[in-house]
Design a protein around this ligand. Structure first.
Ligand code: CAA
Ligand code: FAD
Length: 380
């Protein structure tokens, strides 16, 4: 067993850490307040190779492993979870899905622009009446020979307006249930593709979340991903990896809040001494550090499973379930360590507490992770 990172991993982590501190930190409070998408920052992340880290170099990707990806996700999320969700969706859902299951033509046309950040991608599974219960999709794609006609509504779509390439899950044959579901590549400029208003959110307010409506959108047949009926498996397999990315995001939010709380405890004085000298505060920091370290091991193990060709459905779901709970617990305690200052914007931890909550909801709620985990452990 070897817990040591390679030199390359260390370099990637340092590059992400530098970017987060130099490029994301300035303006992070204002972007949250103004619900402003980090457009310039995402462009730079693309130029630096952070938007298609695991994708094949043949299509502009970095050809890196999942461990590198989660190291970068942790560092970016320590500072700005709104930016890191954009990175996460583009890398682990859109680029990975296309790289792994897309045709040569699809990769040439779409992937090579998504890996460089020239275009941003979105992953569209959820609907008003199909969130956790993802097989009860209502969006339809009717086979018209050389093209499909797509009708329906997706909601909660991250990068909803800033994206231009969308992976959309739709029913082609409702009688076949989940085996009659397909995945399609859609473009924003297709006729009948309508972006709805932006959601007003509790956290990750710098990311743009929209509903999308498709009114008789014609999608060429060559834009279907994989064999007919592969769409639900495509979504599940892609999400299994995506959940490792969100687990790393949760880990980063927790680690960022912990670092701020630790620093603050060393400078803030109460009752004639720095608050770190009160055992109640020191024990909070001890608990935070321990749970973050446990979450980091779980995230790394899931990434390692994926990199080594092992099944990562279970380890990824456990990592997301645990790390997202740690993100919630640690950010709440980080606010507490800051006292009144924790409740105001300039100290960052109140934003982190708001940002942490989403990690228990998207890419499968905590309850859904428990379904995945329990089915897996009870199967043998
Ligand atoms: N890999 C491959 N196939 C899988 C799979 C996996 N990990 N999980 C399920 N499947 C397959 C099953 O094998 C089955 O196919 P067969 O019958 O052909 O074998 C099919 O999918 C249906 O599986 P289930 O019977 O288990 O389906 P279910 O209706 O019980 O639902 C579920 C399973 C795990 C609850 C699933 O519906 C689910 O994951 N729900 C949550 C949805 C979700 O995570 N949404 C996230 C949206 S994206 C997002 O949120 C992005 C963002 O915020 C940034
Ligand atoms: P519901 O499914 O209605 O669940 C409500 C509650 O019931 C939850 O607590 C849930 O855990 C619980 N529940 C449901 N079924 C069960 C069960 N069988 N057992 C126990 N408890 C259960 N989706 C996308 O496709 N793409 C995106 O890019 C995307 N980005 C998002 C960004 C944000 C900010 C948000 C808020 C959501 C995003 N989503 C996205 C949607 C997200 O994945 C869903 O919100 C999530 O899967 C839950 O679905 P739901 O909201 O319909 O909740």
């Amino acid at each position: 067993m070897d817990f040591k990172l390679t030199e390359e991993h260390e370099m990637i982590r340092q590059a992400a850490r530098d970017f987060a501190n130099n490029e994301l930190k300035p303006g992070v409070i204002e972007r949250d307040e103004n619900e402003e998408f980090p457009k310039e920052q995402i462009k730079k992340l693309g130029e630096l190779g952070f938007m298609g880290m695991m994708a094949s170099p043949d299509y502009g990707g970095g050809g890196m492993d999942t461990v590198s990806y989660v190291l970068a996700m942790e560092e970016l999320s320590k500072i700005d979870a709104s930016a890191s969700v954009v990175v996460s969706v583009n890398n682990s859902l859109v680029c990975w899905g296309l790289d792994t299951y897309g045709s040569e033509e699809q990769k040439k046309k779409y992937l090579s622009k998504l890996t460089t950040g020239e275009k941003i991608g979105a992953f569209c599974l959820s609907e008003p009446e199909a969130g956790s219960d993802a097989t009860s999709q209502k969006t339809t794609a009717i086979d018209m020979g050389d093209h499909y006609v797509i009708n329906g509504t997706k909601n909660w779509i991250t990068n909803g307006n800033s994206a231009s390439v969308y992976l959309v899950i739709a029913h082609t044959d409702k009688d076949k249930k989940h085996r009659g579901i397909n995945a399609f590549i859609m473009e924003k400029n297709m006729e009948g593709f309508v972006v709805g208003p932006k959601e007003r959110k509790m956290g990750i307010r710098g990311s743009d979340t929209h509903s999308l409506t498709f009114n008789d959108v014609k999608v060429p047949k060559e834009n279907r991903i994989g064999e007919d009926g592969f769409g639900f498996k495509f979504a599940m397999k892609t999400l299994a990896g995506g959940r490792i990315g969100i687990a790393a995001q949760a880990l980063g939010i927790a680690a960022g809040a912990y670092e701020l709380a630790k620093s603050y405890s060393k400078i803030r004085k109460a009752f004639g001494t720095e608050i770190m000298n009160h055992q109640a505060i020191a024990f909070k920091l001890a608990d935070m550090h321990t749970s973050i370290e446990a979450a980091r091991h779980m995230v790394m193990k899931a990434a390692w499973d994926k990199d080594n060709g092992l099944n990562y459905d279970l380890s990824g779901a456990m990592a997301k379930l645990y790390a997202s709970q740690v993100a919630m617990d640690v950010t709440i305690e980080a606010v507490q360590v800051h006292g009144g200052n924790g409740y105001v914007r300039e100290y960052h931890v109140e934003r982190m507490m708001r940002d942490a909550k989403i990690t228990q909801i998207y890419e499968g709620t905590s309850e859904i992770q428990k379904i995945v985990i329990s089915r897996s452990i009870l199967a043998d």
